[in-house]
Design a protein around this ligand. Structure first.
Ligand SMILES: [Zn+2]
Length: 138
């Protein structure tokens, strides 16, 4: 087996799950890897002794003062405003409605051409002609 990588040694140091059993066996048998693991452990122990410094009371205010203007610039830099998107959606709805109506009219005109049509305007008092579409059997 090849020697363990530094990444493997770190996983072993922290006891991460999923590390193959062969890694532990190799570490127990290989003096070179064990030496590297002890050196790495000594380095990581030093890192564990360091404490994270507490941010000052003004830290949050200073960060927001620096970051805040950039956030508002991003909002203004939107290339497609919300009102335009709403207008486009409204236009698409109107176009879809008109397209549906035109299709219905085309269907009606097709039916008028295929099937015989009787106009009953002469019999009706309504100023609008009444159109009956007779089925092909009549
Ligand atoms: Zn080794």
């Amino acid at each position: 087996m090849k020697h363990l990588t530094e990444e493997d040694l770190i996983l072993l140091y922290y006891g991460e799950p999923g590390v193959p059993y062969q890694y532990r066996m190799h570490l127990a048998e290989c003096r070179e890897c064990r030496s590297a693991a002890e050196s790495l452990a000594a380095t990581l122990e030093v890192c564990n002794e360091w404490t994270v410094p507490e941010p000052g009371a003004e830290f949050e205010r200073r960060v927001w003062a620096r970051v805040g203007p950039q956030i508002s610039v991003r909002r203004e830099a939107r290339w497609f405003p919300v009102w335009a998107a709403a207008a486009v959606m409204a236009a698409l709805i109107v176009i879809a409605f008109i397209a549906g109506e035109l299709r219905a009219i085309r269907s009606l005109l097709f039916l008028q051409r295929v099937f015989p049509i009787r106009r009953a305007g002469a019999y009706s008092k309504s100023p609008w002609p009444t159109i009956w579409i007779a089925p092909p059997c009549c």
